[in-house]
Design a protein around this ligand. Structure first.
Ligand code: ADP
Ligand code: MG
Length: 709
């Protein structure tokens, strides 16, 4: 039994879901799959795990598993539930990609969806769980979607084994037909429970006009106005990314320093050098020489066991409103007397975290999403209008504790005409190559189990999922990065390149390691300071690039040196400020580097790589070989320089230094921030293309014509 404090008990009783405990538990007990819908704030995430606990789902060493699409939610909800239940974090724990506090005593485990997906790979039947709760299913995050697909197979398998697993799918919206009416998912339509919740009216105020560019400035003005003119009540502002959260917070803090009145809380919050042959005959990377896995399936599964982290490395890491736990606790506290709480958040505050006492919502209407061009295979983050459904969720945040107001910084015409009804599921917006490879591998491992799921169940992905997976593909799939980087790692054992390849892949997998989009400066002095910083950063990058093969390795060499130099210096944030690096990105790279080093050591035991903070830069020959490895991984991202046009030709100026890429019809250019800008390298490979005034290649490396297939 649970021993809650009187205060907590009183808070719980106010939650609409408390009145539904009996019906919820009866439905879960009687059905293999249950769907639960309830408005944000009705108590789904904090209460349902407790209901399950009290109903005995954590007895006999079983665990109640709860997945969240967002790391912040997994951490904060585990803490909250532990507190409510008066239990320690040894029992109510969390696990996210790089960290967690799970112990042998853990009874309720909050985790990101990626972590559970990883566990499916280790133990397809998820035997240690009696119940899995998939939270925030309405978000349609790609791992959540895949998990629901897999769990729809696992639940009947567990039943057959006489050890049933319950599945609870929770959603903040009533739009659950995609799950209930899909007979390929659930043969028997699962019951849907709706939790009614009290929602106070929210008055929506549209802007007369829609600001063209500066929605952040507009949001700033609106917050100032609310704070100066309107009655008490918290303000919640929706912006699109961490950078914006920081900028707006800084500006508001500057305008309303804390001691005067306001309180602003941000929610973002080894190497051996190879003996180099002294001949002119330079060795090359051999594409058929990839690392080999132990043959028997058993040891392969063990490989997966050694990793404690999530299955995939999200390439969105730069933008996930990642675990800034420092600030996030504050948002649940009442602000000091005479001050007003103002929370600047990304769309994590749309449904995953409910802030109390919010009366005003300021909605920029914008969201940062990854756009994926199926034709060019180019994928990039863009800021765009969110959907009507999500704008309405945002507005709803103002009406939890009393009537509220939502200020939309766009016109009703734009809302009506330019907003989609719903945001499309993430899986339709991203490349699926990594998923297809992982699923194939999962099916191959399943061969060892008695009954793998019918191949039919994967039909929707078009590709033949049960088709052969090549030996190289097998190795590639062991690494928690996208297949192109997996390929680089698989080739990296040649010429002692692995430590470099690992560091480089880690850097490539993290978004925005350089501070390019500098914060908005207000004063002339600030502007000047920023200009100096930019010049300095560009100088630093040139120095890092070096010369010879090092320079030809280009922006990737700069990344490698950035990682090396930062670690050598001791990994301080001051170093990042000085060298134009984003501190959070560097920390992320370090974690990923450690994870990849572990994975490589378990996949290729004789590699014996250590993560050396004093890693020496690669030699000229190694830099050359690295260029070949980069080409092997980015082979479809090759571009050739177009011949120079006669000076008087129509397009001469426009097409100066233009390249023709394999994938795009339009000409592409080396990004001005690249160290290979103006290098006139004949052939290059690039990490991605960014469209601004032109199509710019970023992350550029020069390659030689004779290496091309
Ligand atoms: P749902 O999952 O249905 O959106 P939650 O279970 O997350 O609802 O939230 C229920 C209530 O618990 C909300 O009123 C929320 O403000 C409150 N709550 C959640 N976390 C905390 C916390 N760390 N401190 C105080 N209150 C919290
Ligand atoms: Mg919730």
């Amino acid at each position: 039994s649970v021993n809650r404090s009187a205060e907590i008990q009183e808070q719980r009783l106010k939650l609409p879901i408390l009145g539904e405990e009996q019906i919820i538990m009866e439905t879960i007990n009687d059905n293999p799959v249950t769907i639960l819908c309830g408005e944000t704030g009705s108590g789904k995430t904090t209460q349902v795990p407790q209901f399950l606990y009290e109903a005995g789902y954590a007895l006999d060493g079983s665990i109640i598993g709860v997945t969240e699409p967002r790391r912040v939610a997994a951490i904060s909800m585990s803490k909250r539930v532990a507190e409510e239940m008066n239990l320690s974090t040894r029992e109510i724990s969390y696990q996210i990609r790089y960290e967690g506090n799970v112990t042998p005593d853990t009874r309720i485990k909050f985790m990101t969806d990626g972590v559970l997906l990883k566990e499916v790979q280790k133990d397809f039947l998820l035997s240690k769980y009696k119940v899995i709760v998939i939270d925030e299913a309405h978000e349609r995050s790609v791992y959540t979607d895949i998990l629901i697909g897999l769990l729809s197979r696992i639940v009947p398998l567990r039943k057959k084994k006489g050890n049933p697993l319950k599945l609870v799918i929770m959603s903040a919206t009533l739009r659950v037909e995609d799950f209930t009416d899909n007979i390929r998912l659930f043969k028997v339509k699962p019951p849907v429970i709706k939790v009614d919740s009290r929602q106070f009216p929210v008055t929506i105020h549209f802007n007369k006009n829609t600001p063209q560019e500066d929605y952040l400035g507009e949001a700033y003005k609106k917050v100032c106005k609310i704070h100066q003119q309107l009655p008490d009540g918290g303000i919640l502002v929706f912006v699109t990314g961490q950078q914006e959260v920081h900028t707006l917070c800084a500006k508001l803090k500057h305008t309303f320093p804390f001691h005067k009145a306001a309180k602003h809380v941000k929610l973002t919050k080894c190497i051996k050098h190879g003996d180099e042959p002294k001949t002119n005959d330079l060795p090359d990377i051999k594409l058929e020489d990839y690392s080999v896995l132990p043959i028997d399936e058993q040891s392969e599964l063990k490989v997966a066991d050694n990793e404690s982290e999530s299955l995939f490395v999200s390439h969105d890491t730069g933008e996930e409103p990642s675990a800034d736990e420092e600030a996030e606790d504050l948002v649940f506290e009442a602000p000091p007397d005479g001050s007003r709480l103002c929370v600047i958040a990304t769309n994590v505050a749309e449904t995953s975290l409910t802030m109390p006492n919010i009366k005003y919502v300021v909605d920029t209407g914008k969201v940062k999403t990854r756009f994926y061009d199926k034709v060019t295979a180019v994928s990039a983050f863009k800021v765009a209008w969110t959907s009507k459904a999500s704008a309405n969720q945002r507005a709803g945040r103002a009406g939890r504790t009393g009537p509220g107001h939502c200020y939309r910084l766009y016109s009703s015409a734009v809302f009506n005409d330019s907003f989609e009804k719903f945001s499309p599921p993430e899986i339709t917006r991203r490349p699926v190559d990594d998923l297809v490879l992982q699923m194939k591998r999962l099916l191959v491992s399943l061969g060892a189990l008695e009954k793998p799921p019918a191949p039919k169940s994967f039909k929707e992905t078009k590709g033949e999922m049960c088709a052969k997976i090549t030996p190289l593909g097998h190795v590639m799939a062991c690494f928690p990065v996208s297949p192109r980087y997996g390929k680089m790692l698989s080739l990296g054992h040649q010429h002692q390149l692995l430590p470099y390849v690992i560091a480089m892949v880690a850097a490539l997998s993290v978004q925005e390691i350089f501070v390019d989009n500098l914060q908005e400066s207000t004063t002339e002095a600030e502007k000047e300071e920023q200009k100096q910083r930019r010049l300095k950063a560009s100088h630093v990058r040139k120095t890092w690039a070096g010369f010879g093969n090092s320079l030809l390795l280009g922006d990737l060499m700069v990344m490698l040196k950035a990682v090396g130099a930062w670690e050598f210096d001791g990994g301080r944030s001051h170093f990042c400020d000085e060298h134009g690096l984003r501190y959070k990105a560097m920390v992320e790279i370090r974690k990923l580097r450690a994870q990849l080093t572990n994975t490589v050591n378990s996949v290729i035991p004789e590699a014996e790589i250590v993560m050396d903070p004093q890693m020496k830069p690669p030699t000229d020959l190694q830099a050359r070989l690295m260029r070949q490895i980069i080409l092997a991984g980015l082979g479809d991202h090759v571009a050739r320089m177009l011949p120079e046009l006669p000076k008087d030709a129509d397009n001469a100026q426009k097409l100066k230094n233009a390249y023709q890429s394999l994938q795009l019809e339009e000409p592409v250019f080396v990004h001005p921030g690249s160290v290979l800008y103006k290098s006139k390298a004949q052939y290059v490979v690039y990490q991605c293309v960014e469209e601004t005034s032109k199509l710019y290649m970023k992350g550029v490396t020069a390659v030689e014509a004779e290496w091309l297939p």
